[in-house]
Every structure is written in C-alpha cells, then in structure tokens.
Design a protein around this ligand. Sequence first.
Ligand code: SAM
Length: 304
Amino acid sequence: MSARGFGIAVVPGNTIGALLTEVADTLKDADIEQPTLEAGWLLEFVLHLSPLMQRLRPERQVTVPEWASVQAVVARRANREPLQYVLGTEEFCGREFRVTPSVLIPRPESALLVEETVRRCKDNFMATVVDVGTGSGCLAVSVAATLPEARVLAIDVSPEALTVARVNMAQHGVEKRIDCFCGDLLSPLNDKLANQVDVIFSNPPYIAEIDWMALQPEVRCFEPRLALAGGRDGMDLHRRLLQQAPTYLKDGGVLLMEVGLGQAQVVCRQAEESGWFSTFEVLRDEGGIARVVCFERKAGGASL
Ligand SMILES: C[S@@+](CC[C@H](N)C(=O)[O-])C[C@H]1O[C@@H](n2cnc3c(N)ncnc32)[C@H](O)[C@@H]1O
C-alpha cells in the first residue's frame, strides 16, 4: 500500500479528483498495468459514479465512509487480487456473470467453445449438450440462452463452483433448463445417456506443472488451483475426457476441448490414436493461438 495517502488519517473534504490520483498512484506502485483505468472502475464500484461522471465532477466531495470503502477495495487490488473478484462480476459473451474465488474468471477466448457448440447444433435445436468443468457456468448459460430447446447438463467436481454456477443460471433465467451435477468429469452421467449426447464441451484445467510459477500473481495466488492445474504436462483431463467421451457421444457427436499454447497437436494425436474419432479440427483464437480442438465420434466406435 502506498504511503501517499491510504492508511493515513483521511481529511474530510477530499475530492473525487484527489481520490482518483491517489488510487491510481497506489495501483501503479503495485505494478497494476492500467492503474488509471482501474482506479476509475474501483471508484465507480464504490461510489456508483461512472468514470465519465468522475471526470466531469472532479470537485465532488468524498465522505469519510466512502473513502474508507474505496480504501478497502484498493487494498485488495493492490495485493494483486483480480479486479473481477473485487468487483464480483465479469462479462462473457455479452452477459454479466457472478465470480468468486471458487471459480475461474471467464476468459474471452472460451467463447470459441460456445460458438462452435451452437454452430454444431444449428440444425438440431433439441440437442443434448454437456459442459464438463462448468465453473461459473458461463459456457453452459451462454449455450442454453442461445439454444432455448437444447438439453444442457453442467458438471463440476467443485460444489462451491456449482453454487456460483447456479446463481448465474438463475440470474440469466436458464436454471430450469440446465441440470447440474457434482462429480469427476463424465462420471455423474446416467447410463441412459450412453450414445445420446450431441456435444460435450469443456474448458478443463490445462496449466502444466512447469508453467505454474510463471503465472501472473492474480492467477497463481487467487484463482482456484483446481480450475488451472492440469497435471505434469497440463493435459491429464484432456486424456481422460478422450477416454470417457465416446461412451456418451452419439455417432457423429462432437467433443470440443479448450487447450493451452502448444497442446493442440498433442491432444489431436492422442484423439487419433484412440481410434474413436473421425475428424480433427483446430480452432484459433483472436491471437492466432490454436485454442479449441474438435473431434467427431466415429460411427460404430473404435477401429483399433
Ligand atoms: C478452467 S475452469 C473452466 C470454468 C468455466 N467452464 C470457464 O470456461 O470459465 C475448469 C473447471 O473444471 C473443474 N474441474 C477440475 N477438475 C475436474 C474434474 N475432474 N471433473 C469435473 N470438473 C473438474 C474446476 O473446478 C473448474 O471449475
């Protein structure tokens, strides 16, 4: 925390302009990349005054309780807690999602999974789709909201994450259309779903052990390890999903998985070697990184 103001007795009569400068300086000292922008957002969160209004009314007085509230959120952010956990929300696919430290903060590149699921179901509105590792529920909610006739199942091994997912499902009015299950990968699925699923999509944890310490403090120290760590090479869950998915996918059903930098080729090779899948497609994110692998289940099963 900066010695420039926070922690020092607050002088009544401080203005928004002074507070903005103070907060931006504190965030800059904490190596936050966009201190001025974030200062505006944190003030907006506490004072309910948009960054535009903050600029138009820099002389507006800040009360002692307001100052104390700003101080509390700035201290969290200066400690490198992600802005989204401080604010409690993140935008994904045009919707706002509640986020807590029990869930991964949705990333924009995961929208590829939503787009591809919707594309694959465009001629089959009553499709059955499964979201493995639903976290905040951002993918399941986005798919359910776009495909109102689809049957959506959402699974996570973390009961705390499912609590957050249910809040988001209710918030977006799709809670009655998504069945939530707590358990390991596809194990909660009923035998009745064998060969019944059109699309299984997943953004599984995929950080390799060797990459863990290089993660930003916001990610490494605050986001759930369960949502990030994917074993030694980061692909433990991809391998297990490749084994489990064929049991539940229809002939021609699709498994979509998000992957990390450099993992797409390896996962494609494993899918090919399994003998269960016929087509292998890789989708790139806006940065050009191979981000989602798509595998279609062969008719009739493995040809090993
Ligand atoms: C990378 S996060 C993805 C969250 C969300 N789908 C998203 O895209 O923002 C991975 C999620 O998988 C869950 N998870 C980890 N291991 C799992 C397992 N064996 N079975 C089911 N879910 C698991 C984690 O709890 C976490 O919510």
